[in-house]
Design a protein around this ligand. Structure first.
Ligand code: S3P
Length: 179
């Protein structure tokens, strides 16, 4: 079977799962979400996984899951966790096995979307609301060099309708990725 894999990457709160599932529907690909898959398999929250295993343990699970999903799914759209492309060789692995799409949003927009939702995200759970803008700006700047190596970058603030169809064409137009 022909391989058709898409990986959606981007910062916490940018909308990888919701945009990813819509893009998957548009492309007629099965949709998977690495965080949701880890929660389902371990029957607990991502916070609980961080508590039990530490961040290194969580990153090992995430790494192994990515490889397992690729081995099992020649056709799939995978929405990843915000840190997935920033650890180990995950980014190179995803680029080798499919098309990587970066959903990009300026830090201010991300902060608006993350306000009040920190409790579900271990990396920002301990950060006071007033410190969130500075944290996100710096953290995003650290991660941007990884995210920006994606094959395709899209503005998450305007990712619907025609723009989603253009991204589908870009993905399908990439070498070795014709429908
Ligand atoms: C993380 C993002 C989270 C989750 C974990 C770590 C990160 O996923 O994987 O809390 O390192 O940015 P979302 O991007 O879906 O929030």
């Amino acid at each position: 079977m022909e391989h058709k894999r898409v990986f959606v990457v981007g910062y916490m709160g940018v909308g990888k799962s919701s945009s990813g599932s819509r893009l998957a529907r548009l492309m007629d690909l099965p949709f998977l979400d690495t965080d949701a898959e880890l929660r389902r398999r371990h029957d607990c929250s991502i916070n609980a996984l961080f508590d039990q295993l530490g961040e290194d343990g969580f990153r090992a699970l995430e790494r192994d899951l990515l490889r397992e999903l690729v081995a099992a799914h020649p056709r799939v759209l995978v929405s990843t966790g915000g840190g997935t492309p920033c650890h180990g060789d995950n980014l190179a692995f995803m680029k080798e096995h499919g098309t990587v799409v970066y959903l990009q949003m300026p830090a201010a927009g991300l902060v608006d979307r993350l306000r009040g939702r920190a409790d579900q995200r271990p990396l920002i759970a301990g950060i006071a609301e007033e410190d969130l803008p500075e944290f996100v700006a710096q953290h995003l700047a650290e991660r941007e060099p990884a995210y920006s190596q994606a094959h395709i970058t899209v503005d998450a603030r305007h990712f619907d309708g025609d723009r989603m169809k253009s991204v589908r064409s870009l993905i399908e137009g990439r070498m070795g990725f014709n429908p």
